[in-house]
Design a protein around this ligand. Structure first.
Ligand SMILES: Nc1nc2c(ncn2[C@@H]2O[C@H](COP(=O)(O)OP(=O)(O)OP(=O)(O)O)[C@@H](O)[C@H]2O)c(=O)[nH]1
Ligand SMILES: [Mg+2]
Length: 438
């Protein structure tokens, strides 16, 4: 996601760093490039205008020009302002009422039915017992689709009887949920190609009758400004409590994510990041900003890492990054921990695409080679792991014998480790350390 925007912003920052001291002219140039990058990413043009204006104001106000770290400070300002633009964090579903109702609405194909299942599963995992309600009576296959989603999530689905209206069905759902002591009711509704009066009236009537504690607009991030416009139209008629932005796993340009909060005045609550029912995340503006800026989703990675690896190893890794060191011991720790986190390709997806990582193709990860690397490191003495300078010819031959590899492979590994170390010393290292609180 956001690949084009990310590439362009990185280019802007790289040029800015290349300036040495940033004067007003260089800042102006950078701001013009940022403006173009955002417009090309399909961000609403009014949003872009005020965004760039705020950055200029802060950069001038905070006297960053001519200072040695001007470029870095501009990056920080851009990051802060991106977070501001993205809005508040999503949190969890608010469940108030007996039973609490979550009403989903949106255009055709935006992901309502899938998201109903995702939210249901999320509640189930938190000990609630939601009922899914198939109130989409537009499409013949819609009820069947929700039935399948319910089956996959292990949740009950309430289906319409012949001739039943969405409103009557919804009322029956409330009774059913009370009767069965269910913790929440999630209502899937019909989509339309465009916002029209009929659709609005139907959803408005449901909202009026059900008094949902959440009325969420499901928007397809791939549709850019269309998603933003329709969200604004819904928000004008319905008491929306938030937006769920779906299909962020696709090659969406960023326009919807960056505009929807300020144009529709509705917060983004969750994001859909895949077709599977587990692929829903609570919205985190700081992480999304990092992603847009190309730092990779360092924080999600760390969170994932914390679930999968021991605290001591995490500590060690954070410390070595903060010290700007990166030994083979760290590399081995990382390899082991990554393996615990899941398929390596998926982990690599989340790393920053900069420096030597840029060329990395996560789908081409060679697990066998990684195992050989681990074997090489295992065959070293602790001192050798900490300082590869010790590795002379005879030591290398010993290690190659011990690990069943070749001196050539060891040389290659040493080269790679030096490149990683260098990368961590660069700007990216600073970001990473900041992200780690170092
Ligand atoms: N990649 C990806 N696909 C998604 C995501 N959310 C939904 N989809 C897919 O988008 C398509 C449409 O999803 P639905 O849930 O049927 O959308 P809907 O809003 O219920 O559609 P209608 O009922 O026809 O209005 C399906 O193929 C889903 O698998 C997501 O976060 N990522
Ligand atoms: Mg549907």
């Amino acid at each position: 996601m956001f690949d084009g925007l990310q590439d362009k912003l990185q280019g802007v920052f790289r040029r800015l760093r290349g300036e040495g001291r940033v004067n007003e002219e260089a800042l102006g140039r950078a701001l013009r490039e940022i403006r173009m990058a955002l417009l090309e990413a399909d961000v609403n043009f009014k949003v872009v205008k005020s965004f760039v204006g705020r950055i200029r104001e802060r950069a001038m106000g905070e006297k960053v020009l001519e200072s040695l770290s001007a470029a870095q400070q501009v990056v920080k300002i851009v990051r802060d302002e991106l977070i501001e633009l993205l809005g508040e964090a999503g949190g969890e579903l608010r469940l108030e009422g007996k039973p609490p109702v979550v009403l989903l609405c949106g255009l055709q194909g935006s992901g309502k039915t899938t998201t109903a299942g995702k939210l249901g599963l999320r509640l189930k995992e938190r000990g609630q017992h939601p009922l899914l309600v198939a109130a989409d009576l537009q499409r013949a296959a819609a009820v069947e689709q929700l039935r399948q989603v319910g089956e996959a999530a292990g949740l009950p689905v309430l289906e319409p009887r012949a001739g039943e209206t969405p409103l009557a069905l919804a009322e029956r759902a409330l009774k059913e949920a009370r009767l069965r002591g269910l913790g929440a009711v999630i209502v899937d509704t019909a989509g339309r190609l465009h916002v029209d009066r009929e659709l609005m009236a139907e959803v408005a009537a449901l909202a009026e009758r059900l008094k949902p504690s959440e009325t969420l607009f499901v928007a397809d991030a791939m549709t850019g400004q269309d998603a933003v416009r329709s969200a604004a139209e819904f928000a004008a008629t319905l008491p929306l409590t938030g937006v769920i932005l779906t299909k962020l796993d696709g090659d969406t340009r960023g326009g919807a994510a960056l505009s929807i909060r300020s144009v529709a005045s509705v917060p983004i609550r969750f994001v859909g990041v895949g077709e599977k029912l587990t692929e829903l995340e609570s919205f985190q503006p700081d992480r999304m900003a990092s992603r847009i800026l190309g730092m990779g989703d360092v924080l999600s990675l760390i969170e994932k890492a914390e679930q999968g690896m021991d605290a001591e190893a995490t500590e060690r890794m954070a410390r070595s990054i903060a010290r700007q060191e990166f030994t083979l011991e760290d590399l081995r720790d990382q390899l082991r921990q990554m393996r615990k986190m899941g398929p390596l390709a998926q982990v690599l997806e989340m790393l920053p695409r900069v420096g030597p990582m840029k060329a990395l193709d996560p789908s081409a990860v060679d697990e066998t080679r990684l195992r050989r690397i681990e074997a090489i490191i295992d065959s070293m003495t602790p001192a050798e792991r900490r300082s590869t300078r010790l590795l002379n010819g005879s030591r290398k031959r010993r290690i190659a014998r011990g690990s069943g590899t070749s001196v050539q492979e060891i040389n290659q590994l040493v080269k790679q480790q030096r490149a990683m170390k260098k990368m961590l010393k660069g700007v990216q290292g600073k970001w990473l350390r900041r992200a780690l609180g170092g």
